[in-house]
Design a protein around this ligand. Structure first.
Ligand code: SF4
Length: 396
């Protein structure tokens, strides 16, 4: 347990993030913790790098909406102070707190208080002795050994409230380290690609590492480490778990077509508007924005609700059935209003509501579909012309 949040042992996988404020700034840090919690963080870590940070934690922990982990580097005394401040978990880096007597004092104190510790091995700050022992390279084996050494010290004081991470910025290295670690320990694992960097590449790297392991059944809690607003980290973590079906959906799953020559609206703009409109609404539905009525309702028939453009109109559909037609500039507000209705009243009530407009909506959609096909033809992207051209070039 990290505070009241279970980690490991079949518990739902949790999302973590870390504040970027000075922990001594209590109000600023609490404000960010609340933002992170609202964006989907189940657990938040704050640095405890100076005595004032420990004092800040003493004020933050009782007022935080989620459990707080104190991040400790170099100074084991900060760990003792953080425990005194009442934190729900510690993160120790075995690469920079290396004296066994210091590690054991912290573990004993954590044990007495029933507070767990994450052993946070980091490829970039691996214990120099292990680095040398493995040929002057950071290897998965060296990272796993670092974690096992730390567990060994903990065992000497009979402490086993442990979770472990073996993060690296190199994705294949991190994946292999976690795979090896999962073979030798049953302790819960915290996944992350450290220093993944700014979006979008950072998001891709973090997702590649975390998702690969989750798909293999490895991992109990995750963090996106991005050079970006930590609120994005929390949101992305949540989205990843939702997309794997590992957490119940909290917010809209917005799907949208990629647009093409047949599109009758600026799909990117409308999808962006929809994303903004749904951002702060907790509506766990799949919502589709489609560029044309020719293919949109069919391709998005599994979505709970969607809208497709046609001849300056928006064709609203529920589970692939056309239910209403609205002017183009009302597409997004209409989507939001009906999504809220479905969320509050249920799908059957929505179909009932649509009974008066459904037939007219289907006729209007057929009309606009025919018009689009007449205007743009069956081959709106001119693919066949290009294929013809390619063939001619090859023959010529
Ligand atoms: S055919 Fe229609 S729905 Fe499909 S990508 Fe093109 S505009 Fe979007």
């Amino acid at each position: 347990m990290v505070g009241d949040v279970p980690v490991g042992g079949g518990a739902p996988i949790t999302v973590q993030s870390m504040t970027i404020t000075k922990t001594a700034d209590v109000d600023g840090t609490l404000q960010q913790i609340y933002q992170l919690a609202a964006a989907g963080a189940d657990i938040v870590r704050c640095t405890c790098n100076e005595p004032e940070a420990a004092e800040g934690l003493a004020r933050i922990v009782p007022r935080s909406p989620v459990p707080i982990v104190a991040d400790i580097h170099h100074q084991y005394r900060r760990a003792l102070e953080a425990l005194e401040a009442g934190v729900d978990c510690l993160r120790l880096n075995p690469g920079n707190i290396r004296k066994p007597e210091h590690i054991k004092v912290v573990a004993q104190e954590a044990k007495d208080r029933g507070v767990p510790i994450r052993i946070g091995v980091n490829g970039g700050s691996l214990d120099p002795a292990l680095y040398d022992a493995y040929g002057g390279r950071v290897t998965p084996e060296a990272m796993v050994e670092s974690a096992l050494q730390e567990i060994g010290y903990f065992q000497e004081v009979d402490f086993d409230l442990i979770k472990i991470s073996v993060k690296a910025s190199n994705v294949p290295l991190m994946i292999e380290a976690y795979r090896q670690l999962s073979e030798v320990t049953d302790h819960p694992l915290h996944l992350g690609v450290t220093e993944a960097g700014p979006p979008p590449a950072g998001i891709v790297k973090a997702t590649a590492g975390i998702a690969t392991l989750l798909a293999e059944g490895i991992g109990d809690t995750i963090r996106y480490s991005l050079t970006s607003d930590p609120v994005d980290e929390a949101r992305l973590g949540r989205v990843l778990l939702e997309s794997f079906g590992l957490r119940e959906r909290k917010n809209v799953d917005l799907i949208a077509c990629p647009s093409c020559g047949r599109a009758e609206i600026d799909v990117y703009q409308v999808a962006d508007d929809a994303q903004r409109a749904f951002a702060d609404r907790e509506i766990p539905l799949q919502v589709a924005v489609m560029g044309c009525v020719v293919n949109g309702p069919g391709e998005a028939r599994d979505a709970d609700i969607g809208i497709a453009a046609g001849n300056k109109r928006g064709h609203l559909f529920i589970k692939g059935t056309n239910v209403a037609v609205v002017p183009e500039d009302e597409m997004v507000p209409t989507l939001v209003e009906w999504a809220e209705f479905i969320h509050a009243e249920g799908m059957d009530a929505a179909m009932e509501r649509a009974s008066a407009t459904r037939d007219a909506a289907r006729r209007a959609a057929d009309e606009d579909r025919r018009r689009n096909l007449a205007d743009r033809g069956d081959d709106a992207n001119a693919s066949e012309q290009v294929v013809e051209l390619l063939r001619k070039q090859r023959e010529g």
